[in-house]
Design a protein around this ligand. Structure first.
Ligand code: ADP
Ligand code: MG
Ligand code: MG
Length: 242
């Protein structure tokens, strides 16, 4: 069943064209998005989320609904969630405030038990809830805080931008195990440079983005070829496919 479709997508940041001619259809499942540094992977996720810095033309369909003109908040309500590569710090906003917003509960009410369960599972202290979001968080803490939000949001589509970058071995394991759990209920689109994280989930397709304009899509078998032969090899395959 088709989950996401990008139709002739073009994305500009400050008048600079970052992505163009992007056509992609993803069925329900787990997908990994690969590509060299600076090729536009974060831009693609940001455009799907509808972040205002990305000026989009073309169309974005989510379960056959055109979401191109929706705000990030409306897309969140449709079930789309983005875990950032560099989660932003926001003065005066505590983690617990964000969690209450995600859970759509009154700011004066207390958090439900599942929050404390997830905190334990992620090896995060309860005091973490009182911290201003991402201020002084370590790399691993930022990533775990995104996973915590994701566990509570239970989105239809979870996009994770390098959930494993800057994360130590033990935290990587926790993140991987939680991703496995999340993958049972949510579709995933994971950007990574570290294929270790794919040991934890059953990946349905591999999407490679090259130069902001070529997409190569294949099954998980292609991963080993990519690891061995690099993106130059994929570039040749992509030219053949486009
Ligand atoms: P990736 O995630 O694949 O590493 P990005 O989507 O972060 O790539 O960036 C793609 C391109 O867009 C890069 O060349 C980057 O320099 C450029 N870019 C990203 N943000 C901005 C910005 N705010 N202004 C100008 N160029 C940007
Ligand atoms: Mg990058
Ligand atoms: Mg990126």
């Amino acid at each position: 069943k088709e989950m996401l479709r990008l139709e002739n997508l073009k994305v500009k940041v400050k008048d600079e064209v970052i992505l163009e001619n992007i056509n992609l259809s993803l069925n329900e499942g787990v997908h990994v998005l690969l590509g060299p540094n600076g090729t536009g992977k974060s831009t693609l996720l940001g455009a799907i989320m509808g972040l205002s810095k990305y000026k989009v033309s073309g169309k974005i369909w989510f379960y056959n609904e055109d979401i191109t003109e929706l705000s990030p908040d409306q897309r969140f309500k449709k079930g789309i969630f983005l875990a950032y590569q560099l989660p932003p710090a926001v003065r005066g906003v505590r983690l617990k405030d964000i969690l209450k917003k995600i859970l759509n509960i009154d700011p004066k009410k207390s958090l439900p038990d599942e929050v404390y369960t997830y905190l334990r599972e992620l090896d995060l202290d309860e005091s973490f809830l009182e911290r201003e979001i991402n201020y002084g968080f370590s790399g691993g803490e930022r990533k775990k805080s995104e996973i915590l939000q994701l566990l509570l949001a239970k989105p239809k589509l979870a996009m994770l931008d390098e959930p494993d970058s800057g994360v130590d071995i033990d935290s990587l394991k926790l993140i991987g195990e939680n991703l496995r759990k999340i993958s049972k209920e949510s579709n995933l689109l994971i950007v990574t440079h570290n294929l270790k994280i794919l040991d934890y989930v059953n990946t349905d397709s591999v999407v490679v983005l090259l130069d902001g304009k070529y997409i190569y899509k294949d099954g998980i078998e292609i991963i080993h070829q990519i690891e061995e032969r690099g993106y130059e090899y994929v570039r040749r395959l992509a030219y053949a496919q486009n």
